[in-house]
Design a protein around this ligand. Sequence first.
Ligand code: PLP
Length: 526
Amino acid sequence: MRTAHGSTARAGFAGFALERGQPIGDQIVGRLMAAIRSGAVEPGSRLPSIRALAEQLGVNRNTVAHAFRELAEKGYVETRFGGGSIAARPAPTLPAASPVQVPAGAAPAPAGAPLSEREWERRFARHLNGYLSPVTPPLFPTGAPRPINLFQMRPDTGLFPLEAFRRCLNTVLRRGGRHLLNYGSPAGYLPLREQIARRLRQQHIDADPSQVLIVTGSQQGIDLLARAFVDAGDRVVVESPMYSIALKIFSVNGARLHPYAVGPEGVDLRPLEQLHPHEAPKLFYAVPNFQNPTTHSYTLEEKAALLGHAYRLDSLVIEDASDAELHGEPQRWPALAALDRTGRVIHLNTFSKTLVPAVRVGWLCAPTPLVRRLTELKEMTDLSQSLILQAAIAEFMERGIFDEHVARLRTAYRTRMERVLELLERALPREVSFTRPDGGLCVWVDLPAHVDVQRLFEQTRRRGVLVSPGSLYQPLASGRNGIRLCVAAEPEERLAEAFAILGRELEEVLRSPPPAPAEQEYQSMH
Ligand SMILES: Cc1ncc(COP(=O)(O)O)c(C=O)c1O
């Protein structure tokens, strides 16, 4: 029965017959474990497909799938990307370490150890009170079929030119060799900063490499800037609704938030008129192109007006351009940093959407004196990022693959969005409206104020569809009501299924009577 590596033989199951009276799953699990342990099946051997084995044994596919899952949990089976399973050998279990002998009386244990949940809570810094959940309930029970995930802002990783990137990785490892194996500069790998500065200049943002700081995703950039500038009680101007984790970051740092609305008709900057220089905000945080979560792009007038308020109040502006490159041309949707001539706009961007989130590389562009100080602050968090990945990305850009890839992405997402909008048009109730973005990853669905989006989230979740409730994005107790749907990472059939479920649930929610006025305000998660 010895099966060679890569053989398509029914590794481990040739001549296998089930015994009566024994659970079938246990027999399958036992058979393969024994075959691997005895060496009859070598690790790496291809296993029969679930369908083939179910047919061979005359049993239900689910039974075999369950058994394979159990084998995978035990480390005897690995599922391959793209389908198929191979035999594996679990890592040997380490011998139990002998207990450390504490000299008698040297370290008397305090009463009450180990610490209770409440004790942990008490020990956290006060400014984190109420922000860190002791338990994060799983979005979906383990073992249930994979939900249709419209919740996370995920790109379609299938569009990533993996082979080309692997070649870049190989090249830099061969060429850069051991230089790439150490800590790098906390500001980032210089050739990557040069490439990014070049790209920024193409976007009409005046940048040289000394103005570029590499960060662990734009997320770290927001955190870094909040830590750098916000003292408890400082004012920060934000959008409503706004990017949910930026909302958390500013709140945790004790900021007093001054929101302005990003509505279906555009941004309403009137609340900023009431701010006077003596109560000036330290910062503005905005996502002016393809805003998260609403997908709105500020008009040129809106951008100019926002900058005008920042200048009048002598505030700094954080421009988060995380999603912008997926949509389009910088002439059509210029960055705030391209319009600014005063150096007050700090521009953030990321490779998470144009490459893949897994590279965890983003950048911040700001005047050099600020970048120097931020570099030191960032070093306190992470010392530096992976030189290997940064060098591979720089190579990817130098070869021109990045530019070509982004151009292809724009077309792919635009085509997909057209299809998504058609599907939504058919599936959602007529009285519901949604944004029509020019490509990108998400659509925002506006809902009447009385709709409880948290309840809608729960209802669709029970039916296997995760949507993002607008309550996550609210700096105000009542703001633009709706849900965000991220539509890039699920195949079309699953999207159609999800929209049909959402449409049915929405019909029901819309028919429910609005709650009594006191309950009408829906609650932010913070
Ligand atoms: C507006 C916005 N900013 C920042 C981030 C963080 O992204 P990353 O850290 O992957 O660059 C996201 C992620 O979706 C986002 O939507």
